[in-house]
Write a protein that binds this ligand. Sequence first.
Ligand code: COA
Length: 261
Amino acid sequence: MQVFRDGLFEGKVAFFTGGTSGIGLGIAERFAALGATVVLVGRKQEKMEAAVSEIRSRGQKADGHAVDVRDYAAMEGALGRTRETHGEIDILFCAAAGNFPAPVLGMSANGFKAVVDIDLLGTFNTCRAAYQYLRKPGASVISISANHAHVAYPLQAHVCAAKAGVDLLTKVLAMEWGPNGIRCNCITPGPIDGTEGMSRLAPTEESRQKVIQSVPLRRMGTKEDIANLAVFLCSDAASYISGAIYQCDGGQSLSGPRIVG
Ligand code: COA
């Protein structure tokens, strides 16, 4: 079976939260290039419109909605409009995430909640609201997790708590929705170059070099690395894979965290 063939996702509808920048947009661009109609969700209207226009300017199919994943009713509205306009959703990506480095004692309850609400509640909202519009059987749901789900990173209590929840939520969804032919998996990226997350966590050249030294492959990952895994997981080649957590991190999780500063 040829996984990376032209037109692989022709006729498919792929919906992305966190789709207007970073890893989410990187994956969406690849899926659009492979023929999917991509629907991008982000909080900011302007950013969403710019991402959609860029993809359309390449002759590919894109649409978008400015929605906050913390708002269940708004998410349901965006998903419903996607179903009406483009048909059933074949591929659902939960990539919206928040982050700032702070110790527990430097983080207000509201700061902790903001990240947990974006990452974990946002993933729940997206999946819960999307279920009625997903293709059954056949849909693939991918949530973006992090090594924070199973390794304790100082200054990242909110993300660690949220991503641990995302991993287990994904496994529960795989159990509950598997009988309806929906596969649910997580991708766990390592440090990915050119993302807002990395610019917050490793803002200086020195901290960047520390991150690189923490990766056995001695480089940052790229959005293309993550998109490659996403393509595989949403292809028929992965039709028996569900409830899995796939690390794409150059082996960083083997040596533990060395970031932030
Ligand atoms: N340090 C400590 N607390 C911070 C903070 C920081 N750098 N940035 C935000 N907060 C706190 C705020 O003070 C506020 O708490 P308070 O009400 O007790 O003061 C709380 O977080 C919510 O902030 P607010 O700006 O109202 O919320 P928001 O909904 O815009 O979310 C972020 C804030 C930082 C979570 C969000 O804007 C974000 O994550 N942006 C970056 C996106 C990103 O990096 N994505 C990639 C993730 S890997």
